[in-house]
Ligand binder design. Sequence first.
Ligand SMILES: NC(=O)c1ccc[n+]([C@@H]2O[C@H](COP(=O)([O-])OP(=O)(O)OC[C@H]3O[C@@H](n4cnc5c(N)ncnc54)[C@H](OP(=O)(O)O)[C@@H]3O)[C@@H](O)[C@H]2O)c1
Length: 337
Amino acid sequence: MTASIPTFLLNTGDRLPVIGYGTFGGKNSSEAMYEAAKEALKVGYRFFDTAYSYTTEEALGKAIRESDVSRKELFVNTKLSQTFHEPKYVRPACERSLSLLGLDYLDMYMVHWPLAWKFSGFEFENLRKKDEEGDIKCIDVPLIDTWRGMEQLVKDGLVKNLGISNFTLPMIKELLTQCNIPPAVHQIEIHPNLLQEDMLAFCKENNILCIASTPLGNPGLFGAGKINPLAEPEVLQVAKKYGKTSAQVVLNWGISRGCSVIPKSATPKRIKENFVVFPIDSKDVDLISKIGHRNTIRVCDPFDAFGPSNDVFGEHKEEVAKWLSLRKSVNNLKSNI
Ligand SMILES: NC(=O)c1ccc[n+]([C@@H]2O[C@H](COP(=O)([O-])OP(=O)(O)OC[C@H]3O[C@@H](n4cnc5c(N)ncnc54)[C@H](OP(=O)(O)O)[C@@H]3O)[C@@H](O)[C@H]2O)c1
């Protein structure tokens, strides 16, 4: 017997499980992610989050095909990479993902980052290649042009729901004034060290469901000390009160704030542990939110990951200004040689 869990209602009328399984493998191989996805299916996960750039679509598709879970029970989301933002690449990119997954439609397709880069082919190793300046340069493709391509996928029956990811409030506001199909979800980094209170309030008001990526704060990613919400005293206190583990508390803190959460684990025991839903009293939700009020940390920073041209959240303005000025001096020097 597998466990089943509650769902959130999307603005399209479809329903999204409150817990999904994240497939960003990181250091884990595709084989490990295939085994992990098989385990997740066995435990009862029905919502799977992947992305072309994670290179796990094929492993996930294989696990799905080999399971006895019917297609209509599943909610599969994948993401359009930055190099496919030019409208002519949106459909081929979606078809590529469908083919890797072995599916004939997606439950959701989302714009992975509000960043457009030059097309560099479909080979994974070329997707995120930095130039000699340690940067990936953006090209001028308005988000609405990419979105029109996404809308066409819905009209063509390839995709059921559209989503966005890592957008800022001004970007969403602009998209909402221009789009024909509003996004059903916004996937953003949310955990006790990154509360995203304004974003959550705006999305709720506009009937866009937030999906919390990195919902556990990816403990250990940066080594001891930088971030581990699971070890914070407030989480330990609430875990003791409810007789749950820290991870279960942090995930249900996210769900209690109205988000679907998509933890990743390649460890069978944790895959099971993370698939537990229970209500958390609003006082305890507020207690855990104190962590983010005293220490805000972003785990997945596009400035670090993609270079200075990609400071989506405007959190590195000084470093970007210094970099631009250094770049100008170097270019001046080069032109004088
Ligand atoms: N849209 C975006 O730009 C974006 C960005 C980042 C992530 N995401 C999505 O969000 C998903 C989750 O984010 P994430 O993978 O970065 O981080 P996460 O789910 O917050 O954390 C994953 C890490 O936590 C460990 N872990 C899992 N369950 C645990 C438990 N019960 N106790 C202790 N440690 C536990 C895992 O270790 P083991 O695997 O070793 O068990 C792994 O190292 C991704 O897989 C991806 O689908 C989206």
